[in-house]
Design a protein around this ligand. Structure first.
Ligand SMILES: [Ca+2]
Length: 132
């Protein structure tokens, strides 16, 4: 039984290849669970810009976001780490893979996060300028 509880919940992991979508924490808008280690990956075509807008954010606060936190990872590097109640700023990043990781500890939960993303082709914009 203990092993089952510690296993990452499958609903909190996923790979998203649609050009636009909404990602949210497990159970949102109800409170998320303790002991989460979630990975939501947006996979876009090459030469893309991934645009992210946070709609809601309520994650246990810590001075260094050491308890619960959301990380935006670009090519396995941490781009940003967020916790607390302030809605993070919009992001526009040139990349074809962006990971939203959501980690929680063993106590205190919040309603979590919800964000929407869109994938824009950087290449298309360049081609458009060339034909002018
Ligand atoms: Ca917590």
């Amino acid at each position: 039984m203990i092993l089952f509880i510690l296993c990452p919940r499958s609903e909190c992991n996923g790979v998203f290849t649609a050009k636009a979508g909404t990602l949210q924490s497990l159970n949102y808008p109800a409170r998320y669970d303790n002991n989460l280690d979630c990975s939501l990956i947006i996979k876009a075509p090459k030469d893309s810009i991934i645009h992210i807008i946070f709609d809601a954010f309520d994650v246990e606060f810590g001075q260094d976001c050491e308890y619960d936190y959301l990380m935006v990872n670009i090519e396995r590097n941490v781009h940003a780490r967020h916790c607390g109640n302030a809605i993070p700023e919009d992001l526009s990043i040139s990349t074809d893979i962006l990971e939203i990781a959501f980690i929680t500890d063993m106590t205190e939960v919040g309603s979590g996060f919800r964000l929407s993303y869109t994938v824009i082709s950087a290449k298309g914009q360049g081609e458009c300028r060339c034909t002018l």
